[in-house]
Write a protein that binds this ligand. Structure first.
Ligand code: UD1
Length: 358
């Protein structure tokens, strides 16, 4: 049985890596296809190296474009790959355009699809990721969920319970495997910082960075957070373009840097005072690490990080952000708990299920 793993964008790499390794360990035949949705070395290649992922067997080189063009190009190229290699299972992860494109191709060719990180819902269809999540789930045959909300969302949408498997969180498998080394490397020293005395910031959601007024106001709010502690800000290419285009100025205490490698970012995150982000995955990683997280969005597809973890939704509200930072500074932030099955064994559970299929 040939298994075809798909990756395309940065958040896919840490979710697929532990599955690739588990399949390797059990000597199950597999190929790895990289769509090339993300192509800069610091958004892609460095993750392969650090996570010990094999070089992709096939690189589609799709690159950036409008949603329709990017999705369509992935589909056309991936259809050829499927016809040539005849995989018996296609594994996709997360919610990026590569996820949906590959799932759609496989489904039309009657190749079973496994979706890693199924069932998450923000209930906000203005997010391209939400459309990708819903559609991918409805054409998948194996829905691997990370938390009970995922199962509930899928059941409410009428998905057959037999297809749903709660396995835990593959991204946390990767995090637990690498966190000790990442801390040992002490990446904060590169920024002349000391543990628990700095914040980490990421911003790339179109809703936050694509509109000048919203982005400018948000950066002004974040600049006032920087009066309390220095902030390391690895800037995503989308955000970098906006900063350059609009000439946005930031105080010295905000250190703008290129997107960081996995281990550097993980080490910084593990010893941050707090993290401010609009990413999905970082909400989970901070909960796994027990680090306070302020999510710069009004909704989350990962509510367990708020109800059980260390995460709080603060949108772009300067008052809420200031109050939250105060709580973090005076040590009254919730401590949170790591959700069940976020234990480093999710990929092994996934491969057990795949291996036992008839
Ligand atoms: C994509 C995912 C998003 C995920 C994010 C993580 C979709 C719809 N969105 O958003 O869910 O959270 O990845 O990073 O799939 N660019 C580069 N170099 C690269 C890649 C992109 O410069 O290697 C620039 C291009 O100008 C591109 C822009 O970034 O137009 C956005 O890239 P794209 O892949 O379209 O979306 P992301 O914002 O990265």
């Amino acid at each position: 049985m040939l298994i075809c793993n798909i990756v395309g964008a940065r958040p896919n790499f840490m979710k697929i890596a532990p599955i690739v390794h588990e399949l390797q360990r059990r000597e199950m035949p597999q190929i790895l296809v990289h769509t090339g949705q993300h192509y800069d070395a610091n958004m892609s290649q460095v993750f392969f190296e650090e996570l010990g992922l094999p070089k992709p067997d096939i690189y589609l080189g799709i690159g950036s474009d409008t949603h329709a063009k990017q999705t369509a190009r992935i589909m056309t190229a991936f259809e050829d790959i499927c016809q040539q290699h005849q995989p018996e299972l296609v594994i996709v992860s997360g919610d990026v355009n590569s996820t949906l494109a590959a799932a759609l191709v496989a489904s039309k060719l009657l190749i079973p699809v496994a979706h890693v990180e199924a069932g998450l819902r923000s209930f906000d269809r203005t997010m391209p990721e939400e459309v990708n999540r819903v559609l991918t789930d409805h054409i998948s045959d194996y829905l691997f969920t990370t938390e009970p909300d995922g199962d509930e969302n899928l059941l409410k949408e009428g998905i057959d319970a037999q297809k749903i498997h709660r396995v835990g969180n593959c991204m946390v498998d990767t995090l637990l495997k690498h966190v000790d080394r990442a801390i040992h490397d002490a990446p904060w020293q590169n920024f002349n910082l000391t543990p628990h005395n700095y914040a980490l910031l990421t911003l790339h959601r179109p809703s936050n960075v694509d509109e000048r007024e919203t982005f400018t106001a948000l950066m002004a709010t974040i600049s006032s957070v920087a009066e309390h502690m220095p902030i390391v800000f690895p800037v995503h290419p989308r955000t970098h373009s906006r900063i350059a285009e609009w000439g946005i100025q930031t105080p010295k205490a905000i250190r703008l840097v290129e997107p960081l490698p996995y281990l550097t970012f993980l080490g910084l995150m593990a010893r941050a005072k707090c993290v401010l982000t609009d990413s999905g995955g970082i909400q989970e990683e901070t909960t796994a690490l027990g680090i306070p997280c302020l999510t710069l969005r009004w909704n989350t597809e990962r509510p367990i990080t708020v109800t059980s973890g260390t995460n709080q939704l603060v949108g772009t509200d300067s008052k809420m952000i200031a109050e939250s930072v105060n709580k973090i500074m005076n040590g009254t932030w919730k401590t949170g708990q790591r959700p069940p099955l976020w234990d480093g064994q999710a990929s092994s559970r996934i491969v057990d299920i795949i291996a036992s299929r008839n």
